[in-house]
Design a protein around this ligand. Structure first.
Ligand SMILES: *Cc1c(COP(=O)(O)O)cnc(C)c1O
Length: 230
């Protein structure tokens, strides 16, 4: 756990560096700790060091940790694939969801978000390539999905999320993130008030910050390498 705290310190410095490089204030970028595969005791330790938002990719795993850490006011983000039978868990237990990419999910989340909770904060996931097997909507679908989110008082549209193909080339990384930023700008021109670009992971967050990321989703650079899921 001590290693987690060391990595948190190093990461916080690297984020500030990348922000300074992009002439952005250090607090323009939020760190989402992606804690899939990590036991709740380690999340608790990071919470003690000031980390407030955590991201999970698997609904059952998320539910277990949310229960175990129910005494802490953690802001839970769901960032994983959203099968229909998982939307209720997300709608009732999370503050944010980043992986919304179709109408059916929007309808279910809107219907399932309890009226006595704050609206669920939503990012639409955009897919940058033509591989329809991957999650995310294509840019031409964005306006329609954004309108559907806006139509529900139980949901609040915050921005876009993307998970570009891995690349070791910073220029390629930036080109992908730029596409996301431009898609966001086209929604802003349509009058949407958006403040979140959820992009950048352990291997590419400096490029994401250079292109305007406001929230980076970091797993292995914070918790160390993940064992592969079976
Ligand atoms: C696992 C995951 C991350 C974090 O990935 P790292 O490379 O470990 O930082 C970010 N976003 C999503 C959607 C993920 O599933």
């Amino acid at each position: 756990m001590h290693a987690d705290l060391e990595r948190l310190r190093a990461l916080t410095a690297a984020i500030a560096d990348a922000a300074a490089h992009a002439h952005r204030p250090p607090d323009a970028v939020r760190l989402l700790a992606v804690s899939k595969g990590v036991a709740s005791a380690r999340l608790r330790a990071l919470y003690g060091a000031g980390q407030r938002c955590f991201g999970e990719s698997y609904a059952q795993e998320a539910a277990g940790k949310i229960d175990e850490l129910a005494d802490l006011p953690i802001e839970w983000h769901f960032i994983g694939p959203l099968q229909s039978n998982k939307t209720r868990l997300v709608a009732t237990r999370c503050a944010w969801v980043h992986s919304v990419d179709r109408h059916k999910t929007i309808e279910r989340l809107a219907a399932q978000r309890p009226a006595d909770q704050a609206p669920l904060q939503v990012c639409l996931q955009i897919r940058l390539d033509d591989n329809a097997a991957k999650a995310g909507c294509r840019p031409p679908q964005l306006a329609e999905l954004a309108a559907a989110v806006r139509a529900s008082p139980r949901l609040r549209l915050r921005g876009l999320m993307a998970l570009p193909a891995r690349s070791d080339d910073p220029l390629q990384q930036r080109a992908a993130f730029r596409t996301v930023r431009l898609a966001q700008e086209s929604l802003l021109k349509l009058g949407y008030k958006l403040d979140t670009l959820s992009m950048g992971m352990s291997g590419d967050f400096p490029a994401a910050i250079a292109e305007g990321a406001t929230l980076i989703r970091i797993g292995s650079a914070l918790f160390g390498p993940r064992p592969r899921r079976p």
